[in-house]
Design a protein. Structure first.
Length: 575
């Protein structure tokens, strides 16, 4: 039975597509929002993880470099305060009955040639301030804190803390470093007892470490143009900053990053100077100080600016798919162009972005959809190329960071002038060899070699020639020792050799070999090409259970060699 035909009076409405277009628009908007959220979250997850790892590696490198430099400077400050405390002039006035003016004059003389301190103070063993010398806001704040006395405007706890601090500084028994808080900022002090002929020290010398020297070792430029490295205390207060911008108050970002762990982990915080910032923290040790790297977040995560185009493209593809699904119900005349669109989408889903749909096989709205689809694919191809280019750039940058890390690691254990190992590497190797000796017991000896009359060589031929002498002598030492021995420049014109598996007699033979090789060598140190001569004196000692005693014995043997005519070898057996 056939379908009934419409009567002549039946009204057939004209299809205008307004309702369908409205629904398509509404569904497209909803789909765009959902797609943007999902795609944006997925893109952030995919891109952020490797980018954060790269940022962590870069910041970890800068913090490790800064920590090595800063700890080296603090170690030097601790050694310097010990050396200043042993100065005869200071001992003479501090140990006698000289007045405050005499002690102040002695402190001023020491401060004038100090490279680590901005101020010096002398304490009695009971914690009284004998004298001081220095200037600047930091030094004045320290004096105000230490000299807090009973007064209506001084808090009781502040007076108690000041007395306790004076007692602690007066009772120092060996060179040490300490962090104090004279106000809103933290300061670093180095203290050392003044030695006396009796059992007890006569006084204590305290130096205020220069924060401008600390700041020189905080290399924020390793991270980028607007980055910085901060030295902060346990409360997040800035002690020193690589860019010199130092605030007495607590830095908001440093307070977030200061709970440092052994591994660098990116943290995000807000700073008044640079807005939202990213960085890591690295603890320095017993002083409670930490290094904090700070980099503007936009600079650290710059590749994330590629995400908006990706999200727009993904959202556009979803819109096209939803529009096709909604329009499929309007009639058979749209099936062919929609099927064509499906074919193009399937090809793109398989990764074939070179597909180009024929725009002549559809009319009206369907043609517009196909044209839009082709435009989206072209835009996607362009963005994919940009992403690939950015990925390759990130790989090249990562390789550059790795090479830079290797170079910095090599420089940290190498003397720049002679290319020998430096003092830090020598000390680490000596500790390792002593531990190995404790297990295996095969013998260990130390050689200390000093270039004879090096000042005269410098005065006669010039400092450039003096440097050339040191480089050529270093080459001879390196050539004459065994591969298992450790040779290093200890400082100035002084070299050290750790002879592993060697007793005193064998070490003496090795020292004589080195002395002879240098004495018989001809040195070309200037443009005249005339051969020059140089000699060394060598002190030798064998390890007997104490590293410090071995050093002292070798140094004493070197002293005897110097006073026995130079150009000779002295061992502890020659006493």
């Amino acid at each position: 039975m056939g379908s009934p035909r419409p009567s002549a009076t039946t009204h057939v409405p004209v299809f205008q597509g307004r309702e369908i277009r409205s629904r398509l628009v509404a569904m497209a908007v909803l789909a765009s929002l959902m797609a943007g959220l999902v795609t944006g979250g997925a893109a952030l997850f995919v891109v952020y993880a490797p980018l954060a790892q790269r940022v962590e590696e870069t910041h970890s490198l800068a913090l490790r470099f800064g920590a090595e430099q800063l700890l080296g400077f603090l170690d030097g400050a601790q050694r310097e305060i010990g050396a200043l405390a042993a100065e005869p002039r200071l001992l003479a006035v501090a140990g006698g009955h000289a007045g405050e003016a005499a002690v102040s004059d002695a402190l001023a003389s020491l401060l004038a040639r100090s490279t680590s301190f901005v101020g010096l103070l002398a304490f009695s063993r009971t914690g009284e301030v004998l004298a001081s010398s220095g200037a600047g806001m930091e030094f004045e704040a320290l004096l105000a804190r230490i000299q807090s006395q009973n007064a209506p405007d001084v808090r009781v706890d502040t007076i108690i803390e000041a007395k306790q601090l004076r007692r602690e500084l007066g009772g120092v028994v060996q060179p040490m470093l300490r962090v104090v808080e004279p106000g809103a900022a933290s300061l670093i002090l180095a203290a050392s007892p003044l030695p006396a002929e009796g059992d007890a020290p006569i006084a204590t010398l305290v130096g205020l470490v220069r924060t401008d020297r600390l700041a020189r070792h905080l290399r924020g430029d390793l991270l980028g143009g607007n980055s910085d490295v901060l030295l902060v205390d346990a409360q997040g207060r800035v002690v020193a900053a690589g860019r010199g911008a130092r605030s007495a108050s607590q830095d908001p970002f440093a307070a977030v990053a200061a709970p440092a762990q052994s591994e660098c982990r990116v943290r995000i915080g807000y700073r008044a100077e640079s807005g939202w910032s990213a960085g890591c923290a690295r603890p320095l040790g017993a002083l409670g100080l930490s290094l904090v790297s700070v980099q503007p977040a936009r600079e650290a995560f710059a590749p994330l600016v590629l995400l908006p185009p990706i999200i727009l493209l993904a959202s556009g593809l979803v819109v096209v798919f939803v529009a096709w699904a909604s329009a499929a119900s309007v009639g058979a005349r749209l099936i062919r162009p929609l099927s064509l669109l499906y074919t193009g989408l399937a090809a793109a889903g398989r990764g074939d972005l070179s597909v180009e749909l024929s725009e002549g096989r559809a009319r009206g709205d369907a043609e517009s959809l196909i044209v839009a689809f082709n435009g989206l694919l072209r835009s996607l191809r362009e963005k994919t190329l940009e992403i690939e280019t950015s990925r390759r750039a990130l790989e090249e940058q990562n390789q550059a960071f790795q090479q830079q890390n290797e170079t910095i690691s090599k420089l940290s254990v190498t003397d720049a002038l002679t290319s020998l190992h430096n003092r830090r590497f020598f000390q680490e190797q000596l500790d390792r060899e002593i531990r190995r000796l404790t297990r295996h017991g095969k013998g260990l000896s130390l050689l200390i070699a000093d270039v004879d009359d090096f000042k005269k060589l410098n005065d006669t031929y010039g400092h450039a020639a003096g440097d050339e002498f040191l480089k050529q002598i270093a080459a001879i030492l390196k050539e004459c020792v065994r591969a298992t021995d450790v040779v290093a420049r200890y400082g100035g014109e002084e070299f050290v050799v750790v002879a592993t598996g060697t007793l005193l007699e064998g070490a003496g033979i090795l020292a004589e070999k080195l002395r002879t090789a240098i004495a018989e060598a001809s040195f070309i140190v200037d443009d005249s090409m005339r051969p020059r001569r140089a000699t060394v004196s060598i002190g030798v000692a064998e390890f007997k259970g104490s590293q410090s005693e071995m050093f002292n014995a070798a140094d004493a043997a070197l002293y005897r060699a110097k006073h026995s005519g130079k150009n000779c070898v002295m061992t502890t057996a020659d006493e």
